[in-house]
Ligand binder design. Structure first.
Ligand SMILES: N[C@H](CCC[C@H](N)C(=O)O)C(=O)O
Length: 280
């Protein structure tokens, strides 16, 4: 099975095509994801995208986390996906639409080179009321709410930015056990479908540093929708401006909050391509 591997600021993905639905006859896509994304027995990646035909957009992206779970959207992934379908001439414009389970996203290839491209995505608008959040609050938005995490009380904000994100602020990321807090909150009883966990510190009014513990993966070098969700919360709390650079371990993503939606701009790079042997 032909595949290509990409990364977007260190969040890495496998991309395979299913334009003629031939994949459906070969294997279960969730099982295939777990197999191919395994970093020892497979190629290794944080997740997998499948290229599908669409009735409502130029192309459709199905996204699976490394553990085989389906997620509605992936910000770093859709940049890689966009480069793949443009370079393979599956789409023929530098501006096109991608159907996802989180809605149709508008994609723009700003600069396209052989291995690296810069891509700008309109991620749409943050949603607060779609989060099933059984916390005792009469507020419409859950921002800076205190919850019990183990024997501690933490302030969290939860929203949907293509997928569910929970955001926490810290004065110093070096003092935070990201894996421990990330896993605890990911699996917290408040989140029946789990959540992605983002912990950020403020560098200045236009720059934040972010660590993300992703649902279905664990710690990643970057999370595109997590960067956008965190920029939205940080701006709502008057910590940063509407245009902010989010510094992640794998690079920097630019987030712009506007009346037309939340835009994310960042790089994507092709790592390799080849034939994967499906294990039955
Ligand atoms: N783990 C996420 C999906 C991938 C999001 C992330 N890789 C991004 O770049 O947005 C979830 O289960 O909702």
């Amino acid at each position: 099975m032909y595949f290509e591997k990409f990364h977007g600021t260190g969040n890495d993905f496998i991309i395979i095509e299913n334009l003629n639905n031939e994949l459906d006859l070969i294997c279960n896509q969730s099982d295939l994801t777990k197999q191919i994304c395994n970093r020892h027995f497979g190629i290794g990646a944080d997740g997998m995208m499948i290229v599908c035909g669409s009735e409502i957009a130029d192309i459709k992206m199905m996204f699976y986390n490394q553990d085989g779970s389906i997620a509605p959207m992936c910000g770093n992934g859709i940049r890689c996906f966009a480069k793949y379908v443009y370079d393979k001439k599956i789409v023929n414009n530098t501006i096109f639409t991608v159907e996802t389970l989180a809605g149709t996203m508008k994609v723009e290839l700003i600069e396209s080179q052989e291995t690296i491209s810069f891509i700008r995505i309109n991620l749409g608008y943050p949603e607060f009321n779609t989060v099933q959040f059984p916390i005792d609050t009469d507020k419409e938005k859950v921002i800076d709410e205190k919850i019990a995490v183990g024997n501690r009380e933490l302030k969290i904000s939860t929203l949907n930015m293509g997928t569910i994100h929970t955001v926490l602020y810290t004065e110093n990321l070096n003092n935070v056990d990201i894996d421990k807090i990330g896993k605890t909150i990911e699996e917290h009883e408040l989140f029946p479908e789990k959540t992605n966990v983002n912990i950020y510190e403020i560098n200045d009014h236009e720059n934040i540093t972010l660590e993300t513990y992703e649902r279905g993966v664990g710690r990643t070098l970057a999370c595109g929708t997590g960067c956008a969700a965190t920029a939205v919360i940080s701006n709502l709390l008057n910590n940063t401006s509407k245009s902010v650079n989010v510094h992640v371990r794998g690079g920097i993503l630019k987030i712009e909050i506007s009346n037309d939606g939340v835009f994310m701009t960042g790089p994507t790079e092709r790592i390799c391509k080849g034939e994967y042997i499906v294990k039955h």
